[in-house]
Design a protein. Structure first.
Length: 479
């Protein structure tokens, strides 16, 4: 009866003993992560466990952790560092250092730093690196330090490698954070480069502006050449067109001139025939109407003279003046645009010359016809007898008296002062003077004609009765 309950107790005790043994073994088992190494020393000597685990026997073995993580700290000496040139500079750098992963380096690092705190360990490493940094800076110039920081880092890593190996460490990286000096050497050092860069930039800008200006000038020149060529072609086309127009206008003017010439010639012939016929008729009735014919002939002569003068003035105003003005205008335009208007000027000059020649020919023909008519009139005047001459002189006396008294007609106002001296008083004096002037006309007539008025008047009846009839001139044969 007592045997049955005894079995569970034994089983429970066995389980408890097993759990206790497992707990003790778990307590004795130590593990090392990838970021650390276990340094075990004791009865079995010194062992290093990295990335694994082991059992640490109490009382006979001791275990410590050694960190394999990256250590980053500033390297900034408090004192100024002197370069090869003797320039004092202040340098701040950052360094990353770690324990090497091989067992020998871990063992060496454990010997150097296992019992020290992290700040003590970093202080020792910083002193070593600052000493090497001072030696490296003393071998370089400021320009090398500033412009070649990678070279400084490489030198720092190679120089510190031996000392770091002795401590089981390695320099992963070394970077310069800042380099400065109190004398502004570094600031002034960059000024030549800045000035050179500015100079190069200004030179490049000037060259670019020059190239742009050259390109613009080339484009402007090409555009100007193209425009000049286009203008030349346009001027050539306009000149050819104007030449053709001038030729057409010249032909038209020549035809018009020929037509006008024929018309004027026919008109002159008709006028000539009419005047000849009129003179014949006038000669036939000259004895009956001497005075009327004489006045008519004088009027015709005046009309012809006025017409001739008018035609002369018209010719001067229309042909000569216009030709002279046109010539001056063409010369002025030829000076400004000599090449473009040469053909046009020649065409217009030819047309004007042809027109002038045609009109001159017409005027010459008409003048010749009028001259012939005047010759006919002169022949008729040769047929005048004594009665006609006397009639001419007598009929001209009123004109002489009118001319003598014409100055009096120009007087706007006459003031008469009478002195009461008989006939010389008042308005009678004025009319008396006019009468005396008129009384002097017969004496003027006798002086001009050489004939006494009394003798002439005594022969008036004889002249009217016995004067021979003038024989009319024979009609000219136009055939």
């Amino acid at each position: 009866m007592f045997g049955l309950p005894f079995i569970p107790v034994v089983a429970g005790m066995s389980v408890l003993a097993l759990l206790f043994i497992m707990a003790v073994l778990a307590k004795l088992f130590r593990k090392a992560g990838p970021h650390e190494a276990l340094i075990i020393y004791g009865l079995r000597g010194t062992r290093i466990v990295k990335g694994g685990g082991t059992i640490i026997y109490p009382m006979i073995e001791q275990c410590r952790e050694l960190s394999l993580e990256l250590m980053s700290f500033d390297v900034a000496p408090q004192q100024s560092l002197y370069t090869k040139q003797g320039v004092a500079v202040t340098i701040e750098a950052v360094s990353q250092i770690k324990v090497k992963s091989d067992p020998e380096s871990i063992r060496t690092a454990a010997e150097q730093f296992l019992t020290k705190r992290p700040e003590q360990r970093e202080g020792l490493i910083r002193l070593v690196m600052e000493g090497h940094l001072r030696g490296i800076i003393g071998q370089l110039t400021v320009e090398q330090i500033v412009k070649e920081p990678e070279m400084v880092a490489d030198r720092m890593r190679s120089t510190c490698a031996d000392d770091m190996n002795k401590m089981g460490l390695e320099v992963v990286s070394f970077t310069l954070k800042e380099v400065r000096d109190k004398n502004e050497y570094i600031t002034n050092m960059g000024r030549p480069d800045v000035a050179r860069i500015k100079r190069d930039a200004e030179v490049a800008t000037a060259e670019a502006d020059r190239d742009i200006a050259i390109k613009r000038a080339e484009m402007s020149r090409a555009a100007a050449v193209a425009k000049a060529q286009a203008d030349q072609e346009r001027v050539a086309a306009e000149t050819a067109s104007l030449a053709k127009q001038a030729e057409a206008q010249r032909d038209l003017d020549i035809k018009k001139a020929a037509y006008v010439e024929a018309t004027k010639k026919a008109q002159a012939q008709a006028d000539k025939a009419y005047e000849i016929e009129t003179n014949i008729q006038q000669q036939q009735v000259i004895t009956e109407s001497v005075r009327v014919q004489q006045v008519e002939r004088e009027a015709q002569v005046k009309v012809q003279e006025a017409e001739i003068a008018r035609r002369e003035r018209e010719l001067i105003a229309t042909v000569l003046k216009s030709a002279d003005v046109e010539r001056q205008r063409i010369q002025t335009l030829a000076e400004a645009e000599r090449q473009r208007l040469t053909m046009e000027a020649e065409g217009r000059a030819s047309a004007i010359r042809a027109q002038g020649e045609a009109e001159a020919e017409i005027i010459f023909k008409k003048g010749e016809a009028e001259a012939k008519a005047m010759n006919v009139k002169a022949e008729a005047y040769q047929e005048y007898n004594q009665a006609a001459v006397v009639d001419k002189l007598i009929t001209g006396l009123p004109e002489v008296v009118r001319a003598l008294s014409e100055p009096l007609s120009k007087i706007d106002k006459v003031t008469i002062v009478s002195t009461g001296n008989g006939d010389a008083a008042g308005a009678y004096k004025l009319t008396g003077d006019i009468t005396k002037i008129a009384a002097q006309v017969p004496a003027l007539f006798e002086a001009l004609s050489g004939m006494q008025m009394s003798d002439l008047l005594a022969k008036v009846r004889l002249i009217g009765d016995n004067a021979p009839k003038p024989v009319p001139p024979s009609l000219p044969n136009n055939s």
